[in-house]
Design a protein around this ligand. Structure first.
Ligand code: DGL
Length: 267
């Protein structure tokens, strides 16, 4: 029998502000839960790190969540989901939700032949999207493309600069040559760029999988009798460095100003 408690918090982690795009969607459909978020800003970007490095970063974060008694941990990061989930998935008692594997089934049901995926270098090189989607649908052709500068643009608050727009336009133009019918934003930082992206391609071409991921998490918690049964809604946000910079970058997407708890914590 599970020792997980339904009123315990749900934890999230990512390299930085990206994971908040997932927390935002989960909060909307699970308003009675308590949340802990860890942004590993000391090591951002994750997308150009090795598997060994990503494991080295993730272990202490997961241990911290364990000590906090979390009932579930959301890998709100495509890179760690793609590269290290398979290696670490059996090492913890909490429910562990990797974004790529959790949304693959729903993506596989899209009525498309050609699906683009924008993601980090590590995610693209892992081939995780193609591999996971083909478990359910072998006929979708996945065009993966990595966007080496996008995470830094978001983290460094450069979204509305001309330089950022030029980089993003270039990347979008390159992808459009494949004529994808939809493009997955396969990095949780990329929804911050939706407005800029929509200057260079129709907005409805892009899919942010976070809402489907949130539904998946809710259904799994429900199935395992782990939904909170009391009103809560508390949030604790931790970063491994530069909380002021984090708050500024996050503000584009997420109302952190109403969150009194933002702490720097090296673990
Ligand atoms: N937001 C994360 C992802 O979804 C990590 C991006 C990065 O730090 O490179 O992949």
């Amino acid at each position: 029998m599970s020792t997980l408690k339904n009123n315990s918090p749900i934890a999230f982690f990512d390299s930085g502000v990206g994971g908040l795009t997932v927390l935002d969607k989960v909060k909307k459909i699970l308003p009675n839960e308590n949340f802990i978020f860890y942004g590993d800003t000391a090591h951002v970007p994750y997308g150009d790190k090795s598997k060994e490095q990503l494991i080295e970063y993730a272990r202490p974060i997961l241990k911290f969540f364990e000590q906090k008694g979390c009932k579930a941990v959301v890998m709100a990061c495509n890179t760690t989901s793609s590269v290290i989930y398979d290696t670490i998935k059996n090492d913890y008692d909490f429910r562990l939700y990797p974004i790529v594997q959790s949304v693959a089934k729903i993506l596989s049901s899209l009525k498309v032949d050609k699906l683009g995926v924008f993601a980090t270098k590590a995610t693209i090189e892992s081939g995780a999207y193609q591999k996971e989607i083909s478990k359910y649908n072998k006929s979708i052709k996945v065009y993966g493309q990595y966007c080496p500068h996008w995470v830094n643009i978001v983290e460094n608050n450069k979204i509305s600069t001309k330089e950022a727009e030029d980089i993003i336009k270039n990347d979008v133009d390159k992808m459009l040559k494949n004529s994808p019918e939809k493009i997955v934003l396969g990095c949780t930082h990329y929804p911050y760029l939706t407005k800029v992206l929509s200057k260079f391609a129709p907005e409805d071409l892009f899919i942010d999988p976070a809402a489907d991921f949130a539904k998946f998490i809710k259904e799994d918690l429900e199935k395992n009798n782990l939904l909170s049964v009391r009103n809560a809604g508390k949030e604790e946000i931790f970063v491994s460095s530069e909380p002021v910079k984090f708050k500024k970058a996050a503000g584009i997407f997420y109302k952190l100003s109403s969150q009194p708890i933002l702490k720097e914590l090296q673990i």
